[in-house]
Design a protein around this ligand. Structure first.
Ligand SMILES: NC(=O)c1ccc[n+]([C@@H]2O[C@H](COP(=O)([O-])OP(=O)(O)OC[C@H]3O[C@@H](n4cnc5c(N)ncnc54)[C@H](OP(=O)(O)O)[C@@H]3O)[C@@H](O)[C@H]2O)c1
Length: 253
C-alpha cells in the first residue's frame, strides 16, 4: 500500500460501471481494492485485486476478515469507501419458473455479500474516519419488471438493508462519544451500456418477457456510457455530508 489517504473497496471492478469507476478513482489519487471473479489487473501501483466469487459466502467471510478488514482498518486512511457494485442479472425467467438454487445465487451476490461488506466496513473503520458506502441499486428495485423478479427483489432488499443501517446509525447519533461519519448512498445508475444490458437484450424471449423492452432501449439510444453515470458516485465519496442515507438516480437532481 502507498501513501494515499483514501481507499475504496470496489466490488465488480472487472467490467462495466465498476471498471470505469475504479479507473476514475485511481486517476483521482485513491487507492482501490477491487473484487471480482476475473483476474483482471489495472496497470496502476495503487490497485490491489482480490479474486473472489462473492456467491461463495464462506470464502467471502474468510477473505473479509483476514484480508479486507486489515486494509479497511489501516490507520493511514482518512476516508474509506465501499462501493457495492458487483451484481448478477438473474435468470431472466418469470417468477413461476423460479429455481431455488438460482435464486440463492442471485441473492448471495446482490444482497448477502454487500450487506456483509457494509457490516465489515462499519466494524473495521474507526468512527472518526469518513466512511462512504454506495449500494448500486436499480429501477427494478422499485417496480415490477416481468422476468426480473429475482434481480429486482435482491436489489430492493439491498436498498432496505442500507436504510436499516442508516436507522441504526441515527439511533446512536448524539450519544456520548459517537462521532461516526458514515453515510450510505443508494444509487440508481439508469440504463447503462455494459455487458449486463447486452445480456438482457440477448436473453431468450421465449422465457424472458421483457427482452423486447431491453432491445427497444438500445435501439432508441437510451443507454448511457458507464463514464456518464459515475460522477454522482464520486461526488458522494468525496463529500462530508452527515445525512446517514441518501438516494439518487442518474439524471435526477
Ligand atoms: N447496466 C445497467 O443498465 C444497470 C442498470 C441498473 C443497475 N445496474 C447495476 O450496476 C452495477 C454494475 O453493473 P454493470 O452494468 O456494470 O454490469 P457488468 O458489466 O456485468 O459488471 C458486473 C460486475 O460484477 C462482478 N460480479 C458478478 N458476479 C460476481 C461474483 N459472483 N463475484 C464477484 N464479482 C461478481 C463482475 O465481475 P466478474 O465477472 O469478473 O466476477 C463484474 O465486474 C450492478 O450492481 C448492476 O445491477 C446496472
Amino acid at each position: 500500500m502507498n501513501e494515499n489517504n483514501r481507499v475504496a473497496l470496489v466490488t465488480g471492478s472487472s467490467s462495466g460501471i465498476g471498471a470505469v469507476l475504479t479507473e476514475a478513482l485511481l486517476s483521482a489519487g485513491w487507492t482501490v481494492v477491487g473484487i471480482a471473479r476475473r483476474t483482471i489487473r489495472f496497470d496502476h501501483p495503487d490497485y490491489e485485486h482480490v479474486m473472489l466469487d462473492l456467491s461463495d459466502l464462506a470464502s467471502l467471510k474468510t477473505i473479509g476478515e483476514s484480508r479486507l478488514a486489515p486494509i479497511l482498518s489501516n490507520s493511514q486512511w482518512t476516508r474509506v469507501a465501499l462501493i457495492n457494485n458487483a451484481a448478477v442479472p438473474g435468470a431472466y425467467k418469470t417468477v413461476a419458473e423460479s429455481d431455488p438454487q438460482q435464486l440463492a445465487q442471485v441473492f448471495a451476490v446482490n444482497t448477502i455479500a454487500p450487506v456483509y461488506l457494509m457490516g465489515l466496513a462499519l466494524r473495521s473503520v474507526a468512527p472518526e474516519i469518513w466512511l462512504r458506502i454506495v449500494n448500486i441499486s436499480s429501477g427494478a428495485a422499485g417496480m415490477g419488471i416481468a422476468g426480473l423478479g429475482d434481480y429486482g427483489s435482491s436489489k430492493a432488499a439491498l436498498r432496505v438493508a442500507g436504510l436499516s443501517l442508516a436507522a441504526e446509525l441515527d439511533a446512536i447519533k448524539g450519544s456520548a462519544g459517537d462521532e461516526r461519519k458514515t453515510a450510505i448512498l443508494s444509487y440508481e445508475p439508469g440504463v447503462v451500456d455494459t455487458p449486463m444490458q447486452t445480456a438482457a437484450r440477448s436473453a431468450d424471449p421465449e422465457t424472458f418477457p421483457s427482452s423486447g423492452f431491453f432491445q427497444e432501449l438500445s435501439k432508441k439510444g437510451a443507454l448511457q456510457p458507464p463514464e456518464a453515470v459515475i460522477g454522482d458516485i464520486i461526488e458522494f465519496l468525496n463529500a462530508n455530508s452527515k445525512e446517514s442515507f441518501v438516494e439518487r438516480r442518474f439524471g435526477v437532481l
